[in-house]
Design a binder for this molecule. Structure first.
Ligand SMILES: Cc1cc2nc3c(=O)[nH]c(=O)nc-3n(C[C@H](O)[C@H](O)[C@H](O)COP(=O)(O)OP(=O)(O)OC[C@H]3O[C@@H](n4cnc5c(N)ncnc54)[C@H](O)[C@@H]3O)c2cc1C
Length: 366
C-alpha cells in the first residue's frame, strides 16, 4: 500500500502509510529499498542535503544501494600514519569515496518508497507527529541518526564521538589516509581523496566539538586551509532497539563502529535487515514480535565484535604513540591484517533470507 491521504471528520488531512521511516540517509534509505512503496521516508532536510560524513565505504555497499554511479574514487588500501611513520594496509575488498547527494538520489530512485520533507517530532501509538501534520502508520523505523530523541530521550550506553571535515581541491592520491597526530590527542585525522578534491577531517573519540583549530593545524602540514566545514556526532554503543511498533537503526541505535568511526556499512546493513523483517510482517510471514526478536538477535550477535572495537578504542586512547606505531606495524603483517579485517569487515554481514525467518514454522513460509 502506498501512502494515502484521508480526511478526518473536520476535514483535516491525515496521511497513512504502512511503515514510516524517519530519516532518509544511509539506514533509512536501506530500509526503504527493502520495503518499497509500503514505506514513506520523512526527513527534515531535502533528500541528499546535509551531508555529515566523509563518505568512505566498501564499494559493495554503495553498489548494493544501487548507487554505484555516485562513486568518485576507488580505494584499495588504508594508510595509517602515527606521528610521521606510515604503514599501508591493503584491503581485501575495495572501498571508495562517493558523492552523498548522488548516493541518496540513486538509492531513493530504486526504492519505490515515498518521500516527504518534514521534521518528525514524536511517535505515539501508531501516530507520528511531524512538522506538516500527523501520519498514521503500522510501524516506525527511527533512522534519525546520532542525536535521535524520537523514541527515548537518552539511549543508555550510547557514546558520542564528534568529527568535522572539509572538502577542497588537492593533488591526486590513492588510499584512505588516517593520521594519529599531536593536534588530535583523543582521536585521529583523515584525508580521503575523491578525484580532484580531498576530504580532510578530524575526529574526537571523546566527543569534543571544538575541533576547528585542530583541523587548521592538521591541514597546515599540507600547506592547505579548510574551506566549508561540515560534520557531526557519531553514535556507538549498539543498543538492540526494537520495541512495540518502533525499530531503531543506524546511528540512532549506536551502530557506528567504535575505533574506526565507520557507520555507513553498519547503517545500510542494519537498515536493510530491519526493512526486510518488517516486509515479512506486512506479508503475513511472521509476527511483529518475531520480527522484533529477530532484529534484536541480529544486533546482539555483533555485540562481541563491537566490544572488541571499543576496547581497541580505549587502548588507542591510552597508548603512548610509539606503542601505537608498533601495533599498527604488527597489524600490517599479512596474517595479522587478514585476521583483523576478516572479523572487522564481516560485522553485520547481511543475514541471508533464511536467517531472517522465524525459528518456529507457522502457516506461511519465510
Ligand atoms: C565527520 C564525519 C565523517 C564520517 N565519515 C565516515 C566515513 O567516511 N565512512 C563511514 O562509514 N562513516 C562515516 N561517518 C559515520 C557515518 O556518517 C554515520 O555512521 C552514518 O551517517 C549513520 O547513518 P544514519 O542513516 O544512521 O544517520 P545519518 O546519516 O546521521 O542520517 C540521519 C538522517 O535523519 C534526519 N533527521 C534527523 N532528525 C530528524 C527528525 N527529527 N525528523 C526527520 N528527519 C530527521 C537527518 O536529516 C538525516 O538525513 C562519519 C561521521 C562524521 C560525523
Amino acid at each position: 500500500m502506498a501512502t494515502v491521504t484521508r480526511h478526518d471528520p473536520i476535514g483535516v488531512p491525515v496521511d497513512r502509510t504502512e511503515v514510516l521511516i524517519a530519516g532518509a540517509s544511509f539506514a533509512g534509505l536501506a530500509a526503504a529499498r527493502a520495503l518499497g512503496p509500503r514505506a514513506l521516508l520523512v526527513d527534515r532536510a531535502p533528500l541528499g542535503a546535509g551531508v555529515t560524513s566523509a563518505c568512505g565505504a566498501p564499494v559493495a555497499i554503495v553498489e548494493r544501494m544501487g548507487a554505484g554511479a555516485s562513486i568518485l574514487q576507488r580505494q584499495n588500501h588504508l594508510v595509517i600514519d602515527v606521528e610521521g611513520r606510515a604503514v599501508s594496509w591493503p584491503l581485501p575488498e575495495p572501498f571508495c569515496t562517493f558523492d552523498y547527494a548522488a548516493f541518496c538520489r540513486l538509492a531513493y530512485e530504486g526504492s519505490g518508497a515515498g518521500f516527504r520533507q518534514a521534521s518528525v517530532r514524536a511517535v505515539d501509538d501508531g501516530r507520528v507527529f511531524t512538522s506538516v501534520g500527523v501520519i498514521e502508520t503500522d510501524f516506525v523505523i527511527d533512522a534519525t541518526g546520532p542525536r535521535s530523541t524520537l523514541t527515548e530521550p537518552t539511549l543508555r550506553g550510547r557514546r558520542l564521538a564528534f568529527g568535522i571535515e572539509t572538502e577542497i581541491p588537492a593533488p591526486a592520491a590513492e588510499g584512505l589516509f588516517f593520521y594519529f597526530l599531536p593536534e588530535v590527542r583523543d582521536g585521529y585525522a583523515w584525508a580521503f581523496p575523491c578525484g580532484p578534491v580531498t576530504r580532510f577531517g578530524v575526529l574526537s573519540y571523546l566527543g569534543s566539538t571544538k575541533l576547528l583549530p585542530a583541523l587548521r593545524r592538521y591541514m597546515a602540514r599540507f600547506n592547505l586551509s579548510p574551506g566549508a566545514i561540515h560534520g557531526g556526532f557519531l553514535a556507538t554503543g549498539l543498543a538492540p532497539r526494537a520495541t512495540g511498533h518502533v525499530f531503531v537503526v543506524g546511528d540512532a541505535a549506536g551502530q557506528c563502529l567504535p575505533l574506526t568511526g565507520e557507520g555507513i556499512r553498519t547503517a545500510v546493513l542494519a537498515g536493510e535487515t530491519c526493512g526486510r523483517l518488517l516486509r515479512g510482517v506486512l506479508d503475513g510471514r511472521w509476527s511483529r514480535e518475531e520480527a522484533a526478536a529477530r532484529y534484536r538477535a541480529a544486533v546482539k550477535e555483533e555485540r562481541r565484535r563491537y566490544r572488541a572495537l571499543l576496547w581497541g578504542n580505549v587502548a588507542t586512547l591510552a597508548m603512548p604513540r610509539p606503542l601505537l606505531r608498533l601495533v599498527t606495524r604488527a597489524l600490517a603483517q599479512p596474517a595479522a591484517l587478514s585476521w583483523f579485517l576478516r572479523h572487522y569487515l564481516s560485522i553485520f554481514t547481511p543475514a541471508p533470507a533464511e536467517r531472517l525467518a522465524p525459528a518456529r514454522t507457522g502457516s506461511s513460509q519465510a
